[in-house]
Every structure is written in C-alpha cells, then in structure tokens.
Design a binder for this molecule. Structure first.
Ligand code: NDP
Ligand code: GUE
Length: 283
C-alpha cells in the first residue's frame, strides 16, 4: 500500500487565494492588513524563513515590515521595538523570529507583544484562550496541521492521536487542538519509555521533535495519518522531517512530505491570523 500525500503547497495555494480575496475586500474598507517581522541576529535559516513570510504577505496583498537587528541588540532595545509595533495602527500582527540570541529572555519578549497582535499565538493569553476554548490566535504550525486534517475530511472524534513533542509552540497546542475535536490524545516526549508502543495505537501521529527518523515504518499502524512537523538536514544537506518518509509511506494511509508539507501551511496560517486580526480591527 502507498499512502496518499497531503500536499501543503497545494492546500496553501487554495487557502491563500481566499486570503487574498479577503484582503482585497478589507482594503476596499480602507484597511490594509499589516505584519511586522522582527529578526535579531544573522542565523541563515531564520533569514530564509522571514523572507518567505514577507514574500507571502506581498503575494496576498498585505503590508509587511521586516526589521533586522544585529545580535548585539539589547533586550531593552527589542522591547522598545515591540512596543512601537504595538502602537502602530498600520500593524495588525507582530512576529519576533525565534530563536532569539541567548542574552535575551524569549518569553519576556513574547509577553510584551499585545495579545491583539500576537499572530504567532505564543503569548500566555493566546495559550490560555486555546486551552479554555475561548477566541484567540492559534499557533500557526499546529493550526496548519488541523487544516491539513480538515482538507482530507478526517473525522477526529473518538480517534487516538499521538503527538511526539511537547513544546509550547508545537506539541502542546497541537494536543489541545486535537482534544478540542474530541480525539483521545497522548503526548510523548524525551522521557517516554516506549514510543513505539504508543505510536502503534495511533490513528493520527504528529511528529514534532527535530530529529531524523524518529518515526519509522514499524512504529505505524496501517492506514494511520502521519503529519511531519520536523525540519532537519540529512547527510547530503537536504531538508527532511522527523519521519522516515520512504518507509512510512508504505504503511500509512496519509502522509505529509518535507519540504512541501507542514512548513508552507505554517506561513499560510500566519497570513490567516494577520488577516483576521485586521478584520477584527475593521469590524
Ligand atoms: N514546519 C514548521 O513550520 C515548523 C517546524 N518546526 C520544527 O519542528 C521540530 C520541533 O520543533 P519544536 O517543538 O520547536 O522543538 P523543541 O526542541 O522545543 O521540542 C522538541 C520536543 O521533542 C521531544 N523529544 C526530543 N527527543 C525525543 C525523542 N527521542 N523521542 C520523543 N520525543 C523527543 C522533546 O522532549 P522534552 O520536552 O522531554 O525535551 C521536546 O518536547 C523542529 O525540527 C523544528 O525545526 C518548528 C516550528 C515550525
Ligand atoms: N516567531 C516564530 N514563529 C514561527 O512560526 C517560527 C519561528 N519563530 N522560528 C522558526 C520556526 C520554523 N518555522 C518554519 C516556517 C516555515 C517553514 C517552511 O516554509 N518550510 C518549507 C521549506 C523552506 C526551505 O526551503 O528551507 C517547507 O517545508 O516546504 C519552515 C519552518 C517557523 N517558525
């Protein structure tokens, strides 16, 4: 058996067409959605990501501001820039690219972003809203994963979902979203004793670890849906996920590729969150 592919590029294209139409409608009302992206330091991977985010804004007709600061910037200086963006009426979403340099407290910087502009969904107010089922911004990566499940018409109610990874930006919010759709959710992490015993029970597996081949074919129940969040480099320097794609695609029912899977969906949901922030302001 060969799994069906969930194509993040194709789904993104569809969703961004809808975003672009809503941007046009909002502009007619005199509001142009605006995203501010702040990058500190010269991490080459981060530079690629932020450029992709700014380009996605331009493609959908949004306004964007990219600020790049040297690693020597102090936390106080960064907090001042966040504050300026909080008070800038042309900006509806603020993203401070992570990781930040070691001399900064990332959590403190995130909490400085106004929750109304927290399109990453990393603020404790956003996390609390997700956990309690109140309206708020959902973190883009797990939100994109939910859209991928929706795109294949997958009914989560009563299914067993296993999330590998428990970070505040991917694993934990992913588990909350799956729970909200009435899945039974297991969260695995580095202290999990028998990962394979957990994943073999899963109807849906989300791998969000950051290590190659965390999930191999022998760990997957035939027909399961496998979502690969991981972003790693293989020995040839090529981008790859956490899943042994070649092996797992022979067992799974559905699978997301890397690249072209969850990554583009993350950027798409950032556009959606920024648009909705602007729509709320215009309402
Ligand atoms: N596609 C996209 O858009 C995005 C991709 N990513 C990628 O997703 C991956 C995860 O990111 P992020 O959540 O930020 O990473 P973190 O490093 O914050 O979290 C990794 C998680 O994996 C767990 N873990 C580590 N080793 C194992 C193991 N052997 N078995 C089971 N669990 C393990 C850790 O456990 P513990 O908590 O016990 O340490 C931790 O909870 C990375 O590759 C990142 O680059 C991230 C964001 C967006
Ligand atoms: N404040 C903040 N918000 C983030 O959302 C955030 C962050 N910091 N720091 C880093 C991670 C990682 N992340 C990715 C987004 C898109 C791709 C993506 O588009 N990947 C393409 C490939 C890109 C390439 O070729 O390198 C793909 O999978 O097809 C990957 C990774 C967002 N993150």
């Amino acid at each position: 058996m060969t799994a069906q592919l969930i194509d993040g590029n194709a789904l993104s294209k569809q969703l961004r067409t809808d975003v672009a139409a809503r941007v046009t409608a909002l502009k007619a009302k005199g509001v142009t959605p605006g995203l501010a992206v702040i990058l500190v330091g010269d991490n080459p991977a981060s530079q690629v990501y932020v450029r992709n985010k700014v380009k996605a804004c331009e493609d959908t007709g949004m306004h964007s501001v990219l600020e790049t600061w040297p690693t020597t910037m102090t936390e106080a200086e960064l907090l001042a820039r966040v504050d300026a963006m909080n008070n800038d009426a042309s900006i509806h979403g603020i993203l401070v690219q992570l990781p930040l340099p070691a001399h900064m407290n990332a959590q403190r910087v995130i909490e400085a972003i106004s929750p109304e502009k927290d399109v990453d969904g990393f603020h404790i107010a956003s996390a609390g809203a997700l956990m309690t089922g109140l309206p708020g911004f959902w973190p883009c990566t797990p939100y994109g994963c939910m859209k991928m499940l929706e795109s294949i018409g997958y009914e989560l109610k009563g299914k067993h979902a296993v999330v590998i990874g428990r970070s505040n930006i991917v694993g934990k919010p992913m588990a909350m979203m799956l729970l909200q759709q009435n899945a039974t959710v297991t969260i695995c992490h580095s202290a999990t004793k028998d990962l394979k015993a957990m994943t073999l029970q899963a109807d849906v597996i989300v791998a969000a670890v950051g290590k190659r081949n965390v999930l191999t074919a022998d760990m997957v129940k035939p027909g399961a849906v496998v979502l690969d969040v991981g972003m790693n480099r293989n020995d040839e320097g090529k981008l790859c996920g956490d899943v042994d794609f070649a092996g797992v695609k022979e067992v799974a029912g559905w699978i997301t590729p890397v690249p072209g899977g969850v990554g583009p969906m993350t950027i798409t949901m950032l556009m959606v969150n920024t648009l909705e922030s602007a729509e709320r302001r215009a309402a």
